[in-house]
Design a protein around this ligand. Structure first.
Ligand SMILES: [Zn+2]
Length: 491
C-alpha cells in the first residue's frame, strides 16, 4: 500500500496586513519540509500528520511525503507560495498512490482565490480522479462546497483549544484505510447555517459549542465514522465564512444528512450564545486592579497572531503601563527590530526603545502606533523550543531571536516570529515563570487555555486594537454571503 501524506495549513485573515510568503511555511529554512524531514519533524507529535504517519507505519504502508507547511495565521497566501505547495502535492499524486491523507487547515485564502483547500482538491482530482482522499481540518474551517465534493472523508477538530489534532488525523484516515481494505464505503453530507460564531464564544470548554461537540462525539460513538461541526473563522471576507458541518457514515447517506442537519440546527438555535459582548478597556483594567488573586490573565484578544493579528499593537500593554500595574509579564510583542536593538545592547543593558506598532492596518484604517519603553535587557535567546502540550505536543516551536525586556514592573517578551502563547515551552525558552506573576498579559483568544488555563486564577478580556478585533463593526465585509447572523437583522 502506498500512501501520499502531506500538510498545507494556513488560517487566512483577509483583513490582516501580515504577509504570507513561502518562507512563513518554511520553519526557519528556505522551503517547507519534504521527504524524511517530515518524518523527523512530525513522527510522535500530537498533530494530524503525526497520526497519518503512525497509522501508515502500523499498516506497513510505504509513504510519499511531498511537502509539509504550516504557517502562522496572517493575510492572504502569496500566490507563488500556494502554487509551490499545491504543485508538490499534485505532482506526487499524479505519480500514483492508493490513498491521499492531507493535514489542511480549511480556511486558506490564497491571493486571487477564495478557497485554497477546495482548489487543491480539485487539482488533485484532475490527476487522481478515483483515489480516496482523507482530510483532517481545523475547527475554524470555512467550508466551501468544493472541499466536500472532491474529498472522500473530511474530519475536523472537536476541541477549541485544539487538543485533539492527533485524534482528528485518526478520524480522517481510519475510514480511508478501512475503505482500502473493503471494510467501509464512506458517505458524506455537509451543510451551512448563515452565521458567524464569534471567536471569543467558540471555545469547546464553554456552552454552546461544548454541547454541540459532545453531540458529534456521541454520533461517532454510535457508529458514524466522523461527525464535525465547524465554528468557522469570521475574519475572512469570503462567501463561505462561518458555521458549517460535515458528517461521514458507512454507506448511510440519509443518516449522514440527518446528523449533519442536527448539528447545524443546534448551532442555529443557540446562535445568540455565539455573540460576544465587549467591555471597554478602561473598565477591564480597573476591574483587573481590584482582583485579589494571582495570576490574573489580561487577554489582548484583538491582537492574537493566531488569528492573523500583527501581535505588535501596544494598546493593552500601554494601558497596563499607564495604570502602573506591576509584578506583570506580557507575551508577546512581535518586533524583530527591537530584538536586534536589544541584541546590540547586550544582556543586562538598560535600553529605551520604540516598541511595537510597526505595521499599519489599512483594512481598519489604522496606523501602527509604537510606544517608547525603557527597561533592562534581561535575557536574549534563539527562541526555539518544543511544545510541552497538551496542544500540538512535541511539535517544534520557533519564536525567532527573542528578548525579555524588564521595565521593572512588567517583563515583556519581544519575539521575531509570530507565536501565540498557548504552550509553557515558549515561556520557558525565555526563562519566564508566568505562574509567579500577578498579571499576565497574553495576546490570544482561546488557545492560551490549552497550556496556561490551569494556572490562571482570573481572566479579564481586554479590548485593545488589532485586525482580529472582536468588534465586527470595525470590519468591512463585502463578500461574505448575506444575510448572515449577527451582521444582519433577522427577518
Ligand atoms: Zn483553529
Amino acid at each position: 500500500m502506498r500512501l501520499l501524506i502531506a500538510q498545507m495549513k494556513h488560517e487566512t485573515n483577509t483583513f490582516s496586513p501580515v504577509p504570507t510568503p513561502l518562507a512563513r511555511f518554511a520553519h526557519g529554512g528556505s522551503r517547507p519540509y519534504e521527504g524524511d524531514e517530515i518524518r523527523e519533524a512530525f513522527t510522535g507529535t500530537g498533530t494530524a500528520i503525526g497520526a497519518f504517519l503512525d497509522l501508515a507505519e502500523k499498516a506497513g504502508a510505504s509513504v510519499v511525503l511531498p511537502v509539509a507547511g504550516n504557517a502562522a495565521p496572517s493575510g492572504p497566501v502569496a500566490r507563488d507560495a500556494y502554487e509551490y505547495l499545491t504543485g508538490r502535492i499534485v505532482d506526487a499524486a499524479a505519480k500514483g498512490c492508493d490513498a491521499i491523507l492531507l493535514d489542511l487547515h480549511g480556511a486558506m485564502v490564497p491571493e486571487g482565490l477564495d478557497d485554497g483547500e477546495g482548489e487543491l482538491l480539485r487539482r488533485i482530482r484532475v490527476v487522481a480522479p478515483q483515489v480516496p482522499i482523507g482530510v483532517a481540518l481545523d475547527m475554524h474551517t470555512n467550508l466551501f462546497p468544493a472541499m466536500a465534493e472532491h474529498a472522500t472523508v473530511l474530519a475536523g477538530y472537536q476541541t477549541y483549544p485544539h487538543v485533539d489534532m492527533f485524534e482528528t488525523g485518526q478520524r480522517a484516515a481510519r475510514p480511508i484505510l478501512a475503505m482500502l481494505e473493503g471494510r467501509a464505503r464512506p458517505a458524506m453530507a455537509f451543510g451551512h447555517r448563515p452565521m458567524l460564531p464569534h471567536v471569543m464564544r467558540q471555545s469547546s470548554l464553554d456552552s454552546p459549542n461544548r454541547e454541540i461537540q459532545a453531540r458529534a462525539r456521541q454520533m461517532e460513538a454510535s457508529g458514524t465514522l466522523a461527525a464535525t461541526f465547524f465554528v468557522g473563522f469570521p475574519h475572512a471576507d469570503i462567501p463561505f465564512a462561518g458555521a458549517s458541518a460535515v458528517v461521514v457514515t458507512d454507506g448511510e447517506a440519509a443518516r449522514a444528512r440527518r446528523e449533519c442537519d442536527e448539528l447545524l440546527d443546534i448551532a442555529w438555535r443557540d446562535r445568540a450564545a455565539f455573540v460576544y459582548a465587549i467591555e471597554p478597556l478602561e473598565k477591564s483594567i480597573e476591574r483587573a486592579a481590584r482582583i485579589d488573586a494571582r495570576p490574573v490573565v489580561l487577554l489582548d484578544h484583538y491582537d492574537n497572531c493566531a488569528s492573523g493579528g500583527t501581535m505588535d499593537t501596544m494598546t493593552v500593554l500601554g494601558a497596563m503601563l499607564d495604570a502602573g500595574l506591576e509584578d506583570a509579564a506580557a507575551f508577546a510583542i512581535f518586533d524583530p527590530q527591537a530584538v536586534k536593538q536589544m541584541q546590540a545592547a547586550g544582556a543586562g543593558a538598560n535600553v529605551t526603545l520604540e516598541l511595537g506598532g510597526r505595521l499599519d492596518m489599512p483594512a481598519l484604517g489604522l496606523k501602527g502606533k509604537p510606544r517608547t519603553v525603557s527597561g533592562m535587557v534581561k535575557r536574549l535567546v534563539d527562541g526555539r523550543y518544543r511544545n510541552e502540550g497538551p496542544m500540538a505536543k512535541g511539535e517544534r516551536g520557533d519564536m525567532g531571536p527573542s528578548a525579555l525586556l524588564d521595565t521593572g514592573r512588567i517583563e515583556i517578551a519581544v519575539i521575531s516570529r509570530h507565536v501565540e502563547p498557548y504552550d509553557m515551552g515558549s515561556f520557558r525558552a525565555l526563562g519566564m515563570d508566568p505562574a509567579k506573576k500577578r498579571y499576565l498579559m497574553l495576546k490570544s483568544r482561546v488557545h492560551w487555555r490549552a497550556g496556561l488555563g490551569p494556572l490562571a486564577k482570573a481572566v479579564v478580556e481586554c479590548a485593545g486594537t488589532g485586525v482580529c478585533t472582536s468588534d465586527y463593526s470595525q470590519l468591512h465585509f463585502r463578500r461574505v454571503r448575506r444575510p448572515v447572523f449577527p451582521l444582519d437583522a433577522e427577518r
